[in-house]
Design a protein around this ligand. Structure first.
Ligand code: MN
Length: 745
């Protein structure tokens, strides 16, 4: 921007006047009361104070406060007090003037806000990290004093990010990192979605320029195709909504670069697999707030008339708004090209609040009172809520739902590091958050130099020191002190290392199982199981049973009862001829007494057709101990013996239970495996390779999510029986990083 250096003073004056006029025009077209005089005064004063000073880009400094004021007014929706404070926000920090001077000229309120902004200026990190953390702590704690301090700070940061180009690279990284770490989450909590998204995208652009460019390129390349798909999708909807007599806007919107990138990173997928990167949004005009929900639902019903909808992807944020105030109805439908498309349905008011945060709420209340009194009343209510979460003031959250401290708290380590935790997090949560070792050996906490137990619930602003002892051991009952997923996962992992207790648990499980099946728990018998499972010793057997890696199922017992298989062939199957002679079947079922519960019903599959149905409550597979239940429709439904549903059936309809035996491996069965472990690059590919190539299993579904380096994965595969599952889990656990692999219902 060297060209600006060459501007004549007259040209620069013109530029400044134009920027200021733009600010004023925006303000005058808002719903706020027109207090131009004081804004004029603030502008002239700031011009004078910053006279002759330039930004790094070479432009006159005053353009920065003007732009910040414009963001405050036009993008956040605040009024004259905030505009003045924004114009003056760097005066005390950068010039000779003091807060007292501001107060004398502009009154107490504006001076207070400028003072707040001066105090929190500068970075959060750097040489004075701990002092800055203290500043930030103050900022958060005084947020309820005047939220405008934070909102103006947000605008200041946004402008600095928009002009980050002129900074040297080292400074760019620092500012971008800090923005992503502190300001974007804060914007999110304040409900400033548009600003949050822009901050994230700008940070991402400076931190990962190559990735940003690659995503940009993909978006541009895909744009023509997406536009075509969208117009085909939208045309019939447009027609219907027009018939409803609605005034509305219907457009496609693309996920932000940053969220596309995050999805690619966390799910380890290429751009082409981020299938939900574009969504459609309908914003309708509606004068009466009371009608909004009904209209949303009408639109929803028109859309689902046209397109079939994804059953699991309806999100009603109207009846249950998000904590930060977001309201809308989201529905995902199958578009004409066969892709799922998310449609977000909102009123103009909901859209405003979603994009600009709670401050937009003002727009709809202005006129009833002054900005000051509105704001004061709102802040008072927030304060009440903060002090007493049970109070009836909670109802207020239904109109704004700004959940600042209610859902999250911010605490500090002794080094001044800032940690965000969910509400009700304990000392132990913090310990596990910092490090597994700290968690497992945690004996107490010290809050502001006072000793507290590990179960102690933390409060925002606490400075917490975690105390540990070498002799401390993690305990299963600690789980109830933990609210964070991270804490719970880490505790569970630590407990898993507690081999001894699992071994004795496994031993008890096996003994109980053998007793149930009338097999003596003798050394000889247990050794037979060990050799049948190809294990080394008893400990290994018990450990695997304790970790549910060896299912206690019929396949274990069959080692001891080889005769039961041979008997099968000789046993008559009561429903063997059901297809050729259905009358006989009905006769059997019509009278429960005639069902021969002594006989073993053979579960057979011929040419893909089965003479039984798998219960979907427990999904048994060959190898599981199962029972059959004859339904009114003369169908045998197979449950796992330990299925809750089966237990209920056993007690109420004992006469309809038939013993069952799997016939052959003629059919593949669906199992769900749950995996857990430490995330690392390439782990997903290894898992997939193991399942589909090494074990040649057909994989049906794969869901993976990663959180702070820990991943959870659920997959469905087609298998023959429990032996295959045991083998599969064993192999999966050998993949580096995988700590848990078990079959789930
Ligand atoms: Mn500034």
């Amino acid at each position: 921007m060297a060209t600006q250096n060459k501007m004549t003073p007259e040209e620069e004056d013109k530029l400044i006047q134009e920027a200021y006029q733009d600010l004023l025009n925006g303000y005058l077209s808002s719903n706020h009361r027109k207090k131009v005089e004081i804004i004029d005064k603030a502008f002239k004063f700031a011009c004078e104070a910053h006279k002759g000073v330039r930004r790094r880009s070479g432009e006159p400094y005053i353009l920065h406060p003007i732009t910040v004021a414009r963001i405050v007014s036009q993008e956040i929706g605040l009024g004259s007090t905030s505009i003045c404070a924004a114009l003056l926000h760097d005066v005390v920090e950068d010039t000779e003037y003091t807060t007292e001077d501001i107060e004398a000229m502009f009154g107490k309120k504006i001076a207070q806000i400028v003072d707040g902004l001066t105090k929190i200026s500068g970075g959060i990190f750097g040489a004075h990290a701990s002092a800055q953390a203290e500043n930030f702590r103050k900022l958060l704690l005084t947020m309820s004093d005047d939220i405008r301090v934070v909102l103006i700070k947000m605008a200041d940061r946004l402008h600095n990010m928009r002009t980050l180009q002129s900074m040297p690279p080292a400074k760019q990284y620092k500012i971008a990192g800090e923005t992503l770490y502190i300001y974007a989450p804060l914007a999110h909590r304040l409900g400033l979605f548009a600003i949050k998204t822009e901050l994230e995208d700008l940070s991402f652009k400076y931190e990962h320029p190559d990735d940003y460019a690659a995503i940009e390129e993909q978006i541009v390349a895909n744009a023509p195709r997406n536009e075509e798909i969208f117009s085909r999708f939208a045309a019939p909807i447009n027609e219907r909504l027009k018939k409803m007599g609605l005034k509305f806007e219907f457009k496609a919107r693309i996920k932000s670069h940053y969220s596309i990138w995050k999805k690619m990173e966390t799910k380890h997928i290429p751009f082409s697999q981020v299938y939900d990167y574009y969504a459609a949004r309908i914003v309708f005009e509606c004068d009466n707030e009371a009608d909004e929900k009904r209209i949303c639902l009408n639109i929803y019903s028109e859309i689902t008339d046209l397109y079939s909808m994804h059953p699991d992807r309806l999100r009603d944020w109207i009846s249950n708004p998000k904590a930060n105030g977001y309201r809308a109805l989201h529905v995902t439908v199958m578009g004409p090209d066969g892709n799922w498309v998310e449609v977000q349905i909102r009123s103009r008011r909901m859209d405003d609040i979603a994009e600009r945060g709670f401050a937009a709420h003002w727009k709809y209340k202005i006129g009833e009172g002054e900005e000051e009194s509105e704001l004061a009343a709102w802040l008072q209510t927030i304060e009440d809520i903060l002090k007493n979460p049970e109070s009836n003031a909670i109802d207020f959250l239904d109109t704004i739902k700004l959940n600042l401290f209610a859902s999250e708290i911010v605490v500090f380590t002794p080094k001044g590091e800032l940690i965000t935790l969910p509400k009700d997090a304990s000392v132990l949560d913090l310990a596990f958050h910092l490090h597994t070792e700290l968690g497992t050996h945690c004996i107490a906490g010290k809050i502001n130099h006072k000793l507290v137990p590990i179960s102690h619930k933390l409060a925002s602003g606490d400075q917490v020191e975690v105390l540990t002892s070498r002799s401390q051991q993690p305990k299963a009952e600690w789980d109830k002190f933990l609210v964070t997923a991270k804490g719970k996962t880490r505790l569970r992992a630590a407990l898993r290392h507690d081999r001894r207790s699992i071994i004795s648990k496994g031993e008890a499980m096996l003994k109980a199982f053998l007793q149930e099946n009338e097999v003596e728990a003798s050394s000889v018998n247990i050794n037979r199981i060990i050799s049948a499972e190809h294990l080394k010793n008893r400990d290994e057997l018990y450990l695997m049973i304790g970790n549910n890696e060896i299912a206690l199922s019929q396949s274990l017992v069959k080692i001891f009862k080889p005769a039961s298989r041979g008997l099968l062939d000789r046993l008559m199957n009561p429903f063997g001829n059901r297809h050729s002679n259905s009358n006989a079947d009905n006769e059997v079922v019509a009278n429960e007494g005639k069902i021969d519960t002594k006989k073993v019903y053979e579960l057979r599959t011929v040419d893909g057709k089965s003479n039984y149905r798998i219960a979907d409550c427990c999904n048994p597979i060959p190898g599981d101990t199962v029972i059959g239940f004859v339904t009114d429709d003369n169908e045998v439904v197979v449950h796992k013996m330990d299925c809750e549903q089966a237990t209920r059936l056993k007690s109420s309809f004992g006469g309809r239970i038939v013993q069952t035996q799997w016939e052959t491996k003629a059919k593949k069965f669906n199992v769900t495996i749950s995996l857990e472990g430490i995330d690392r690059q390439g782990i997903l590919q290894e898992i997939i390779y193991l399942i589909s190539t090494n074990l040649s299993l057909n994989m049906r579904r794969l869901n993976i999510s990663a959180d702070d380096g820990v991943f959870h994965c659920e997959l469905e595969a087609m298998v023959d029986d429990t032996d295959v599952v045991t083998q599969l889990c064993k192999r999966l656990k050998k993949v580096k990083g995988v700590s848990q692999a078990v079959r789930v219902r």
